[in-house]
Design a protein around this ligand. Structure first.
Ligand code: DQA
Length: 148
C-alpha cells in the first residue's frame, strides 16, 4: 500500500492569490503546493497536487487514485455545491477523504451551505484560509498512522 496522498483542487483555484483576495487571501496555489510539499516531507508522506477547472478531469483523477493513493484531500470549489458526479466518484473510494474550503462557506451565500462532497467526506475543514490544507494533511497523517 502506497502512502501517496492526492490533493485535488477544483475550478478557479488556479487563480488563487488574484481571485477575490479579501475572501481567499493573497497566497497562490503554487504557494499552497509548496507548503504542502514541505509538510509532507516532515510527515513522511508523498503527495500529488493537482488542479483542474474541468469536472471530468477531477473525476478521472479520483478514479486513478482509487488504486494508487492512500487518501484524498479535495477542495472541489464550486463543484462542492453542484456535482453529484464527483460525489459518485468519491463514493467508489475506500480511503479517507478530507474536504477543504479556504473560506467559511457557512458564513457565505445560502447556495454554499450545501455540499454534495460532504456525503462522502471523512471530515470537512472550512474557514481556516489556505492553512486548512496543512491541517488536512496533518489529520491525514494521523488517520494513516492509526491504520498501520
Ligand atoms: C471554496 C468555496 C466554494 O464555495 C467556492 O466556489 C470556491 C472555493 C473555498 O475554498 O472556500 O471556489 O471551495
Amino acid at each position: 500500500m502506497t502512502s501517496t496522498i492526492l490533493i485535488l483542487n477544483g475550478p478557479n483555484l488556479n487563480l488563487l492569490g488574484k481571485r477575490q483576495p479579501h475572501i481567499y487571501g493573497h497566497e497562490t496555489l503554487a504557494d499552497v503546493e509548496a507548503q504542502c510539499r514541505a509538510l509532507a516531507v516532515e510527515l513522511g508522506l508523498a503527495i500529488e497536487f493537482k488542479q483542474s477547472n474541468a469536472e471530468h478531469q477531477l473525476i478521472d483523477w479520483i478514479h486513478d487514485a482509487r488504486e494508487a493513493a492512500a487518501g484524498l484531500i479535495i477542495n472541489p470549489a464550486a463543484f462542492t455545491h453542484t456535482s453529484v458526479a464527483i460525489l459518485d466518484a468519491l463514493k467508489t473510494c475506500e480511503f479517507p477523504i478530507l474536504e477543504v474550503h479556504i473560506s467559511n462557506v457557512h458564513q457565505r451565500e445560502a447556495f454554499r451551505h450545501h455540499s454534495y462532497v460532504s456525503l462522502a467526506a471523512t471530515g470537512v475543514i472550512a474557514g481556516f484560509g489556505v492553512h486548512g490544507y496543512q491541517l488536512a494533511l496533518r489529520h491525514m497523517a494521523h488517520l494513516l498512522a492509526r491504520k498501520t
